[in-house]
Design a protein around this ligand. Structure first.
Ligand SMILES: Cc1cc2nc3c(=O)[nH]c(=O)nc-3n(C[C@H](O)[C@H](O)[C@H](O)COP(=O)(O)O)c2cc1C
Length: 268
């Protein structure tokens, strides 16, 4: 599926982070509209447009760029980063332009982005460190889902095949498959089974069954070595107070964590 993503990310590069995650998942070309691109879109099966929300709508330059394109019959998705916790009608102006140009909107995505303008200066910025790993993970899932939705065999083949092996909780999110349950989330659609996480995890929570899976996530200590070293950003660790508590209890009242750490042969 030939895909191109146009973006503008002029404030902090927030939207670019999201665009890059989508680019990877869709094997897309990524083009900044600041380079004044003049590209014939007739060859493309899917076209993405994304920017910050600036004053309750997509960046005005992106809106103008979209207005100048011929999108007749084209599948289009849009995305944004924004400061406000909820999206509301922020996407409406761009959606109207796309519809006017004959495009078909097949998906939309938005997440929060760091903002240190206006009142947020007082607290040295709002949405600190956003988009974060989870936002990028969600962006990839969104893109994967689009890929499946637009697959020529999508009607017959409604969900991607699960590469599940016994004993692993599989969580369905839309049509994407995530292995793991509460702590370690592995996007099996994007995982390339390189085994880097198996090698790097000090707690030996990953194992190669038919494919790489987090088989022992209860022993995860949230060190993030796996997520930070995953070449396809397919791992997300849910850091939470409860998980911190679980680790502390396991460490204090049993030697399960120590055993897992010491057991070099565990699951390899
Ligand atoms: C000039 C300006 C106007 C903005 N207006 C809004 C707004 O109306 N609503 C909102 O939620 N965020 C608003 N923001 C926050 C940006 O949408 C947010 O920081 C975004 O992630 C920036 O993305 P970028 O780094 O890709 O440009 C505004 C930021 C700037 C700089």
């Amino acid at each position: 599926m030939k895909t191109i993503i146009f973006y503008r990310s002029s404030y902090r590069g927030n939207t670019l982070k999201i665009a890059e995650s989508m680019k990877d998942a869709l094997s897309a070309e990524l083009v900044s509209i600041d380079s004044n691109p003049s590209i014939d879109l007739s060859d493309y099966d899917l076209i993405g447009f994304g920017s910050a929300i600036n004053f309750a709508a997509h960046d005005i330059r992106l809106q103008r760029f979209v207005s100048s394109q011929n999108l007749k019959g084209k599948n289009v998705f849009i995305f944004s980063t924004r400061c406000r916790p909820f999206l509301g009608a922020y996407h409406s102006p761009l959606k109207k332009i796309i519809e006017r140009k004959g495009g078909i909107i097949v998906g939309e995505f938005s997440c929060r982005g760091f903002d240190r303008t206006g009142p947020w200066v007082l607290m040295d910025g709002y949405n600190k460190a956003r988009p974060n790993d989870r936002d990028r993970f969600e962006a990839r899932l969104f893109a994967e889902k689009l890929r499946w939705k637009l697959h020529p065999l999508a009607l017959i083949y409604k969900n991607p095949v699960t590469r599940c092996s016994e004993g692993i909780t599989m969580r369905r999110k839309g049509s994407d498959i995530i292995a793991g349950n509460k702590v370690v989330f592995l996007n099996t659609s994007t995982c390339i089974n390189c085994g880097k996480c198996i090698k790097i995890c000090p707690m030996h929570i990953f194992a190669l069954k038919d494919t790489v899976l987090p088989t022992d996530e209860k022993n995860c200590i949230q060190c993030r070595l796996c997520a930070d070293n995953c070449p396809t950003f397919s791992i997300y660790i849910r850091e939470s107070f409860l998980n911190g508590l679980r680790i502390a209890l396991r460490e204090s009242f049993s030697n399960k964590l120590q055993n897992s750490y010491n057991n070099e042969d565990n699951h390899h």
